[in-house]
Design a protein. Structure first.
Length: 216
């Protein structure tokens, strides 16, 4: 297997303009007009993926198909993903299915814990999720958001310990943040920008808006 590539290397490759790297990997969203068109595109993706020996996650809906090439470890893609992404985009064009890059996103729930090994079993049991590594729980049906456990060094009173993370296309983050602030939110911190911004709603509930930038 070839060496994994960074999100930046993926985005700088030619022919991947339809794709954006998120937590869930390199993803593309194709807007269809009929369920038949969605099925046809999903079938084409299946043939290309089998030929490449790479099995993406495909979400098929009556009006759209979203496909994600899962990351190869944190913040990395397989080098071969560039070629497969190009082929999938070409298949969509042949079917007259346009890409909508701004529509992709990935949501996860983040839980800050002093003793992750004590807290995680509860969430694994109540959600029916599977543990992956030391910090993550994933829905075995790939329907619900991932749950990530972040190590705390000390108790943190008077502040949320559960928040939402949303991974959005790097070229959509500032518009999403502006819309959230216009809707009554506030910027808590931009010290990690352009990799991430921390926002809060009017009652202080927090969300991290994240992009691949900074995960070179």
């Amino acid at each position: 297997m070839s060496e994994p590539i960074s999100p930046r290397s993926f985005h700088e490759a030619e022919g991947v303009e339809d794709w954006r790297v998120l937590f869930s990997g390199a993803c593309a969203h194709f807007r269809t007009e009929t369920f038949t068109a969605s099925v046809a595109l999903a079938a084409a993706i299946g043939r290309l993926a089998d030929a490449a020996g790479r099995h993406p996650n495909v979400d098929l809906r009556p009006s759209a198909v979203t496909v994600c090439l899962p990351p190869e470890g944190f913040g990395r893609q397989r080098a071969g993903d560039v070629a497969l992404a190009r082929q999938i985009s070409a298949a969509a064009r042949e079917l007259n299915v346009p890409a909508e890059p701004s529509a992709v996103q990935a949501v996860q729930i983040s839980i800050d814990a002093l003793a992750i090994e004590t807290v995680m079993p509860f969430w694994r049991a109540v959600l029916g999720y599977e543990q992956v590594g030391d910090e993550d729980l994933l829905d075995p049906q790939s329907r619900g958001p991932a749950v990530w456990f972040q190590q705390m060094d000390a108790p943190r009173p008077q502040r949320n310990r559960i928040h939402i993370d949303i991974s959005v296309p790097h070229d959509q983050a500032e518009a999403r943040i502006a819309a959230a602030i216009a809707a009554g939110g506030r910027l808590v911190s931009d010290r990690n920008a352009p990799a991430g911004w921390l926002l809060a709603d009017p009652e202080g509930n927090e969300i991290d808006v994240a992009t691949w930038m900074g995960r070179e």
